[in-house]
Design a binder for this molecule. Structure first.
Ligand code: GDP
Ligand code: IMO
Ligand code: MG
Length: 427
């Protein structure tokens, strides 16, 4: 039965929160499968705006069970404050399920993230500073702390000792920092145990049983395809797999169960942090996209880098994720341009290249080849069907669809739940 993956097709911030929330009313489970509170997903419901970092956007739909899967890295203090913030606003969060196998972002992981970035200087990644990379590094190095470790003080102490053994050497000798005390970390982590206990579950079992019972499960990606550790613009990426395969490992569900993979695609492009970005604009058009699109990071408050739509990237996202559909967002932001450039290919050292180059050097040299599409000036925010869109907006969508390699099944014309044109049903 339907297991849908919803993920970012670009560099994140495509509007995944809004899209997930929109589907939340019709699905039984919404599952985060990777990333952590580096994500910032905005959901607008009526006059209420929510910024979610760790909780799946389905938390705002009363019928839906939100799940934090094993592939997520969890900062307990962030999770608890996000829960209490929602409770204060009248949102019931009691159905949340948290995988006992999810790894914990410890205070020393956050410290290491920050000092590493400082040490890298101008070569820094521009991380969110939330401890994401170091926590995944500990997981791969087999010195990570998992949610279930909070319930065995002796094991927790041994694991924190093992993790800090090397880290304290690095912190004191390389970065000239103070050593972190094992018992302080253990005490802080144990302090979260009772508060998290009601949510901890065997989420792999729960999700697979739900699928056997024909329940609808939606996997909500954090970040985006080009921030994927394997398929993104390495090393300027996050430390997990937001691409579709990540949903299987990060939730413990087999690939045969996934029926649909929806790529969330912004009608232009944005990026936060360092790294290559061929269509980036440094002129007043870039400024206008930032201003009209409200392109400021939900997590760090940094201005997002803005540029025109890049069809090479969209095609790549279709391929590496096996996308069945696109959800095109923020089409309304492009209203008012007489002509809209769209990048259809790259020029790399005098050659025309149609597909994303695997070589980092080539990608750094890629110059966009633009095709100009006619713009529109009519307000489209009230459009309810494709036919309501001005002809040139329709042509823009059709052109993007053709270049990107998967049908555009929904179009966002504003941040609100109802500011969406549904073309093909996702369920
Ligand atoms: P996410 O990280 O992918 O969930 O995206 P963010 O929430 O970080 O950034 C997307 C921003 O665009 C948010 O402020 C949304 O409210 C807003 N948004 C989403 N879809 C649309 C749309 O179709 N039109 C407009 N104008 N804003 C949108
Ligand atoms: P959502 O889910 C945009 C970027 C950071 C940095 C890189 C690595 O809202 O789309 P990290 O802290 O993950 O180690 O930083 O990844 N990044 C995001 N950019 N949206 C996000 O999430 C991001 N999460 C991480 O800016 O360049
Ligand atoms: Mg975001």
């Amino acid at each position: 039965m339907p297991a849908l993956v919803l993920l970012g097709a670009q560099w994140g911030d495509e509007g995944k929160g809004k899209a997930t929330d929109l589907l939340g009313g019709s699905v039984d489970y919404v599952v985060r499968y990777q990333g952590g509170n580096n994500a910032g997903h905005t959901v607008v419901v009526g006059d209420q705006k929510y910024a979610l970092h760790l909780l799946p956007s389905g938390i705002l739909s009363p019928g839906c069970t939100p799940v934090i899967g094993n592939g997520v890295v969890v900062d307990p203090s962030v999770l608890l404050s996000e829960l209490s913030g929602l409770n204060e606003r009248g949102v019931d969060t009691s159905k949340l399920l948290l995988s006992g196998n999810a790894h914990i972002i410890t205070p020393y992981n956050v410290t290491v993230d920050k000092v590493t970035e400082r040490f890298l200087g101008k070569r820094k990644i521009g991380t969110t500073g939330r401890g994401i990379g170091p926590t995944y590094a500990d997981k791969i190095n087999r010195v990570g702390i998992r949610v279930q470790d909070l319930y065995d003080e002796s094991i927790l102490t041994q694991k924190v000792e093992a993790a800090l053994d090397v880290k304290n050497q690095i912190l004191t000798k390389l970065y000239n920092r103070r050593a972190i005390a094992v018992d302080q970390v253990v005490e802080e982590l144990l302090g979260y145990a009772d508060k998290l206990a009601p949510y901890v579950a065997d989420t792999v079992l729960v999700l697979n049983q739900a699928l056997e019972e024909d329940k609808v499960v939606l996997f909500e990606g954090g970040q985006g395809t080009l921030l994927d550790i394997d398929h993104g613009t390495y090393p300027f990426v996050t430390s997990s797999n937001p691409t579709a395969g990540g949903a299987c490992t990060g939730a413990g569900v087999g690939p045969t169960k996934i029926s649909r993979v929806i790529g969330i695609l912004k009608a232009y492009t944005t990026r936060v942090g360092a790294g290559p970005f061929p269509t980036e604009l440094f002129d007043e058009d870039g400024e206008a996209l930032r201003r009209i699109g409200g392109e400021r990071g939900v997590t760090t408050g940094r201005d997002r880098r803005c540029g025109w739509f890049d069809a090479v990237i969209a095609r790549y996202a279709t391929r590496v994720n096996g996308l069945t559909d696109f959800f095109l967002t923020k089409l309304d932001v492009l209203t008012g341009w007489e002509q809209i450039p769209v990048c259809v290919a790259y020029e790399i050292d005098g050659r025309r290249v149609e597909e994303l180059p695997y070589s980092q050097t080539d990608f750094h040299h890629a110059k966009p080849v633009y095709e100009m599409l006619p713009g529109w000036s009519e307000d489209i925010s009230k459009a309810k069907s494709f036919a309501d869109l001005p002809k040139n907006a329709q042509s823009y969508v059709k052109a993007l669809e053709e270049m990107s390699g998967a049908p555009i099944s929904a179009i966002g014309v504003g941040p609100g739940r109802d500011e969406t044109i549904e073309i093909n049903s996702f369920l």
